[in-house]
Design a protein around this ligand. Structure first.
Ligand code: SF4
Length: 319
């Protein structure tokens, strides 16, 4: 990589255009910390994210998205889930953050036209850099299909140059533990989606989720559960994909299905504390990691996702 300072400038410029309006980007330091803790479910990345985003410290932050981006950018061969791989990724994150200026001025022709939260966020250069890496991982550098061509790191990315970025980050071969299987039902009505806050367990009353339930191992079981939980026949649903998630050694596979709602369903779900919220509103709320992955992977507007996802309905609005 010839000019890392230029890579930093390019990514921050991209982030200035593409940063999503998320609640912790508007908040005070405590709100930042609380949101990060909830979303990451207290991973070691959290301290660095809070230190940089809230206090503009030159602290590296490495979550799953950042791991993937850095592993590809530098073609890291050590497995990301090994001690050596984690050490290497943290070293790289620390190298990068040292290149980031403490203060970054927005590059737009008229910076004052940017929303106040965005100007404030960008001017904290270190926090903006860490969030830009996370955003790149969430919107572009995704596990199976990185959308390289239109993103700012492409010229500098070694994995892309080598031709198979989707093969990184490497994973160690360890005995597979049985994954917990669950299904999440993305039910849509006129561009709005059925969600509610969790009623029990971690994040009860705070974290949002799609209707969901535990299932047996197969995708067929997910379709049968959709019919049981929401009363729509299996034929009404289509499979979106798997939103897998690991916390330490526990693995969970979340089978995501999508359907459009009919009138009887609307009356039935109103009783159970559900709400119909627009896509843009979903992007602002705190969801647990696998449910957040469903939103980022399949529900973002098509123009945000370079051709993936569910096309927006003609009548979209805000909740
Ligand atoms: S060029 Fe592609 S693989 Fe490399 S960081 Fe960007 S999106 Fe990821």
């Amino acid at each position: 990589m010839d000019d890392r300072a230029e890579v930093v400038r390019q990514l921050l410029r991209w982030f200035e255009r593409r940063a999503r309006d998320l609640p912790w980007r508007r908040g005070d330091p405590h709100a930042v910390w609380a949101a990060e803790t909830m979303l990451q479910q207290t991973q070691a990345a959290t301290a660095g994210a809070a230190a940089s985003i809230a206090f503009n410290e030159p602290a590296p932050a490495v979550d799953g998205n950042v791991s993937r981006v850095l592993a590809r950018l530098h073609a890291v061969s050590e497995p990301a889930d090994s001690a050596a791989g984690r050490r290497r990724l943290w070293e790289l994150a620390a190298e990068w953050i040292r290149l980031v200026p403490a203060s970054h001025e927005p590059q737009a022709e008229d910076p004052e036209a940017l929303p106040a939260w965005k100007r404030r966020m960008l001017r904290r250069g270190r926090g903006a850099w860490n969030q830009a890496l996370m955003e790149l991982g969430a919107l572009a550098c995704q596990p199976a299909a990185p959308a390289c061509a239109e993103y700012p790191l492409a010229p500098a990315c070694l994995a892309r140059t080598q031709g198979a970025p989707e093969k990184l980050p490497a994973r160690s071969r360890r005995a597979k533990t049985a994954a917990r299987q669950a299904a999440a039902f993305v039910l849509e009505r006129r561009g709005r989606f059925l969600v509610r806050t969790r009623s029990e367990g971690f994040g009860a009353g705070t974290l949002w989720e799609f209707p969901n339930c535990e299932i047996e191992q197969t995708t067929e079981a997910a379709f049968a559960a959709a019919a049981r939980v929401l009363g729509l026949p299996p034929a009404a649903w289509r499979k979106l994909g798997l939103a897998s998630h690991s916390v330490t050694v526990r693995r969970a596979a979340l089978h995501a299905l999508h359907a459009r709602a009919a009138e009887p369903i609307r009356r039935r779900v109103r009783r159970d504390g559900f709400r119909w919220l627009a896509r843009r509103r979903l992007a602002e709320l705190a969801f647990s990691a696998p449910h957040r992955r469903i939103i980022d992977t399949w529900l973002m507007p098509v123009q945000e996702r370079a051709g993936f996802g569910i096309p927006p309905s003609p009548k979209q609005g805000n909740a």
